[in-house]
Design a protein around this ligand. Sequence first.
Ligand code: 8X3
Length: 254
Amino acid sequence: MIATHPHSRSVLITGASSGIGAASAHRLAAEGWRVFACARRAEKLERLAEQEGIIPLVCDVTDADQVRAVLDEVSEAGGIDTLINVAGGALGTESVAEAEPEDWRWMFEANVMGTLNTLQAFLPMLRAHGHGTVLNVTSTAGTVAYEGGSGYNAAKFAQHGVTGALRLEEAEHNVRVLEVLPGMVHTEEFSAKRMRGDAAAAAAVYRGVEDPLSADDVAEVIAHAVSLPHHINLDQITVRPVAQAAHHKVIRTG
Ligand code: 8X3
């Protein structure tokens, strides 16, 4: 069995090329974890892996064959005790009536099927370890719907549901299952992608909000949660900036 001493822990992080995934990789590597950083964009991963302790693995999590290839590489390198699923995202803010089915398909693939692929590949390893941990980064959009949320709400509600079922199913294998549900987090890419590259619309999401969360803020929460002794399960962690009391109540100044 792989030792569970904090300085010998190993994690696979998906969506590691930017935002919360990259920040979590940096944070955990800095804390002494061995980090397998998984994402599609090789160039960004290479830059991330300039930090000691980060091993880049190019992979599209929506492709089960690619995820299995990553499993082989991770197995050869000694395995992991923790899996953090960050890959995902939002595309569009149209209503249900106006939404593009293709956008919904992309969101389901990235948020839901990507999570399923990594779980199906790595659960045997996490079970065999004896003290495995899975942390899925979902969203506050996974528990409360809002106008324009449509496909993103649907995908995140689904990923939230998967995480709940997983917690029940894996407890008997001593696999700890956590869910982090971020609210408003100002990252380079999340809103830019959602607004299809419209920089002004992306900036408007955070306009006048004092201290929206940063990717580093969420990474701090994630690192804390997975570093606690294994029998402590923070279960579901909702994390928002103080200025966002709820999705519909955001304090904006100026
Ligand atoms: C991101 C949070 O408020 O854009 O997952 O749905 S929100």
